[in-house]
Structure formats: C-alpha cells, structure tokens
Design a protein around this ligand. Sequence first.
Ligand code: ADP
Ligand code: MG
Ligand code: MG
Length: 251
Amino acid sequence: MLEIKNLQVKLEEEDKQILKGVDLTVEAGKVHAIMGPNGSGKSTLSYVLAGRDGYEVTEGSATLDGVDLLEMEPEERAAAGLFLALQYPVEIPGVGNMTFLRTALNAQRKARGEEEISAGDFLKLVREKAKTLKIDAEMLKRPVNVGFSGGEKKRNEILQMAVLEPKMCILDETDSGLDVDAMKLVAEGVNALRDAGRGFLVITHYQRLLDHIKPDVVHIMANGRIVKTGGPALALEVEQNGYADILAEFA
Ligand code: ADP
Ligand code: MG
Ligand code: MG
C-alpha cells in the first residue's frame, strides 16, 4: 500500500540533508510503528509524505497503491487516502469544528467524483465517531482546536481521521503530552479504525502507546534512516535499554 524507496530529502532553505535513504513498506491492514531519538527525521518523513512545503526530495519515491504521492498537491494526497495526525495540531480561529469536518469530507468526496454528504448523514456520522472519543457537542461547535487542551486537540485529530476514513493514517507523536486516560482514548479511536484495508504508521517516542495500539512491525529511525526493523519486542527492548545498543550495532 504505502511504499517508500530510498527517500532522500533536504531542506529547501539550507543545504541540510535530513532523510538519507528511507525504505519502508506499510501493507494494508498493518500497523507499523516508528521510534527513534529526537531529531532522527521522523516528523520530516511524515511532513514530506503529506506534502508540506520547505523540503526537497533529492532521490527516491513514495507511492500509495502504486500512485506517486510526491508529485501531488497536499489536498490531492488527502483525496488519495493519506491522513497525517499532527504532533502539534493547528488552531483555526473562526472555523467551527463541524464546518471544518464537513468541508474536508466533502472536498475529499468531490475529488473522488462522489456526491456531497447530506446534512443528516453527516451529523449522524460525526456524533457516532465523537462518542467513542468522548468529544461532546460543545467541542464540536467550537472553532477548530482553539482553546482545546492538549488531550482534546489530539482526540480531535483522531476524530478528523475517523470521519475522513483514510486508507493510510500517519500519526506523529499523537501520544506526546497526553495523560494515560487521554492516551487510551486516542488508542481506542485508532483501534476502532483498524481494518484490513487500512494501514497505519505510528510515530512515537514511548513504548506505552504501543501497549494500547499493538503494532505488527516496529522500526527504529536514526540519523535519517531506518536502522532496525523488528516485531513488537523491539519497542520493549528500546524502552528498557534506550537506543544506545541499537545505534552502536548500526555504526
Ligand atoms: P524527529 O521528528 O525524529 O524528532 P525531525 O524530523 O523533526 O526529527 O528533525 C530531523 C532533523 O532535521 C533535526 O536535526 C531537525 O533539527 C532538522 N530540521 C527539520 N526541519 C527543519 C527546519 N525547518 N529547519 C532546520 N532544521 C530542521
Ligand atoms: Mg521530535
Ligand atoms: Mg518529531
């Protein structure tokens, strides 16, 4: 489904190589986790896949179901089924949460040549998804993320994901700054979306999220590359021993 080959990326502004040849395939139905020290390029990888400005791909490819992502505009990538839950969700003053969700969903439908969702169906859909995430009616009416707590923002990211039903979900440190209860809610929201046709790339610093979102595959990223890949036990190993052993092995 998501296939990344020898992806090399530098900053546009300065001559700094950030990704130095990332190879990664996430199959439909699987959850892949990426862990790694700060500054190893995890967020950069997610930004480049989502199409954020400021990065130049110098080598390699990234495709979703065989379609080249790197040539697309960010909204085309979203319509193709890619979703990125941000480490720092953005606030959008003046735009109600419901309006935002409906606009995003309809834009995606339009790009796929589908009809707009009816007001009734939309309301039903959002209420159902919001319930799992303990997002109340008042939060749905407020401007997107404005004045939301850290936990509310992250849950709201998962709500967007649940409403848009992407094929490929990338979560960048969605657990950072969350207390245990908020993290469990986020994990439940993600688990509810797990399905044979959907892939996940879960970027996290901490093993504890992976207690709740059980990954199929764990990758360690360091210095712009995936340096080790294993099963869930690899995350436990990192939790106990840190990255030093793996990095030494790699060097
Ligand atoms: P991670 O998410 O693994 O912590 P990042 O992808 O955020 O890592 O960053 C990887 C490296 O790229 C870091 O050294 C970071 O300082 C650098 N970097 C990323 N974006 C920028 C930028 N816009 N300007 C300067 N340095 C950047
Ligand atoms: Mg970081
Ligand atoms: Mg990061």
